[in-house]
Design a protein around this ligand. Structure first.
Ligand code: S3P
Length: 442
């Protein structure tokens, strides 16, 4: 188990062009390449643990991978191979859920599993609607928990109204429709449109996805699709840690370069802006997605209530909580129950860690309250969750702190520590946990 010790930072001003590539888009590049019969070309694929797991799975399913001058070429097999070994999704809910949709509509037998954190995350949200259209899926707790076993088959078209806004559920169902090659269209709706990379990328591959009366329409589509030719932008969720750093360290400024500006992904920046931070979006490109620079400059923060568009900022809430802790007044998060089933229970993880550094924070069933104050030096627990580890590393820039169990950072942002070193003093403490000395939090 390694830890990070971080010292208080002084005012900084810098441009960052080495933010990790977008995780959601990278997963999709790997999986969607299997829908074509030609080689997909992917620049800036995220080389982090989560997305490398997905790439390995795509390879086990028969794709040939080549990497040259930083460009990834994915050549799909003419027919998906039935892999002799189980498919390891690591820590990634996105990989497991999207692959459930994809594989349940492909001939063969497949087993998906992941790490101990993924093993406790709910899969029924995908298994149930897929079973309703004929999928043969099973797993622990009647198909809710991994390992997940799939016997692929042709599935029926659907008109599914999802009770939750989830891009993972949406993408799993869209993938099943594309593989099943039905003559009738399928329809999907959700309470609020979730991140829409699947729709955008598949449109670029030739699928005529449309929106009709609040529903996504997936028309009968003949495979193979066009291959992808894409440059993955920087991940706005990863960049957000440094936006918060500039927002809480007085007189600081950061320019986050070539970041994905899709409106379903930058809502947290809008909240930070509402709290008082100066933020400017400079759009530079728009092919599959809008891409540009984000300029973030310190200004005193005031409290805010966050209860709308939750699915557009769900991944950034832990980092946003650090801004709440530095703001004047009490901030409140509501309607965010989904936080409880992310890589950790993020409501409990955020509240516990904020309390450790002397900040008043209170849990509710679907959110939490944070009263801004003076943060004190503390030893934080990552709970094995990359976004909790990075959020409290940023908090430590104002109070000094140690974050325990930080290996998880490499699931999404392997060069986070190097980037953080441009702002503050960071020491990595390598440690080994001895048998019998397990932490009680586990
Ligand atoms: C993701 C969707 C979100 C998000 C996750 C990545 C995706 O989850 O939290 O980090 O790539 O589709 P939900 O779709 O479950 O909300």
């Amino acid at each position: 188990m390694s830890s990070l010790r971080i010292g208080k930072a002084k005012a900084f001003s810098l441009g960052l062009s080495d933010i990790a590539s977008d995780k959601s888009i990278s997963h999709r590049c790997a999986i969607f390449s299997l829908l074509s019969d030609k080689t997909s070309v992917v620049r800036n694929y995220l080389e982090a643990e989560d997305t490398l797991c997905t790439l390995n799975i795509v390879k086990s399913l028969g794709a040939i991978l080549k990497s040259e001058d930083g460009i990834l070429y994915i050549t799909p097999p003419s027919k998906i191979i039935e892999p002799p070994l189980i498919l390891d999704c690591g820590n990634s809910g996105t990989a497991m859920r999207l692959l459930m949709g994809f594989l349940s509509s492909v001939e063969g037998f497949f087993v998906l599993h992941g790490d101990k954190y993924l093993a406790s995350r709910p899969m029924k949200r995908v298994a149930k609607p897929l079973r309703d259209i004929g999928a043969k899926i099973d797993g622990r707790k009647d198909g809710d928990l991994s390992p997940i076993c799939i016997r692929g088959s042709k599935l029926k078209p659907f008109d599914y109204k999802s009770p939750i806004s989830s891009a993972q559920v949406k993408s799993a169902l869209i993938l099943s429709a594309l593989n099943s090659q039905n003559d009738a269209p399928s329809f999907f709706s959700e309470p609020q449109i979730s991140r829409d990379h699947t729709e955008r990328m598949l449109k670029g591959m030739g699928v005529d996805i449309t929106y009709e009366n609040g529903k996504i329409v997936i028309p009968p589509t003949k495979k193979p699709l066009q291959p992808l030719d894409i440059t993955v932008p920087a991940d706005p969720s990863s960049a957000f840690f440094f936006a918060v750093a500039a927002a809480i360290v007085p007189d600081s400024k950061v320019v986050l370069k070539n970041v994905l500006l899709n409106k379903t992904r930058v809502e947290a920046y809008k909240i930070l802006q509402k709290m008082g931070t100066k933020i400017e979006f400079i759009e530079k490109d728009d092919k599959y997605e809008s891409i540009g620079d984000i300029v973030v400059e310190y200004a005193p923060l005031c409290a805010v209530e966050v209860s709308e568009n939750i699915s557009w900022l769900i991944d950034e809430l832990p980092a946003l909580s650090i801004a709440f802790a530095c703001a004047k007044g009490t901030s409140r998060v509501k309607n965010a129950k989904e936080l409880r089933v992310k890589e950790s229970d993020r409501i409990s993880a955020v509240v516990k860690n904020l309390q450790l550094c002397g900040i008043e924070a209170k849990e509710a069933d679907d959110g939490y309250d944070v009263t801004g104050g003076v943060l004190k030096e503390a030893v934080f627990n990552s709970f094995g969750d990359h976004r909790i580890a990075m959020s409290f590393a940023i908090a430590s820039l104002v109070c000094g702190g140690t974050i325990e169990d930080t290996e998880c950072i490499s699931t999404s942002f392997p060069n986070f520590t190097d980037t953080l070193k441009k702002i503050g003093k960071v020491d990595t403490i390598l440690g080994m946990r001895l048998k019998g000395f397990k932490k009680s939090a586990e």
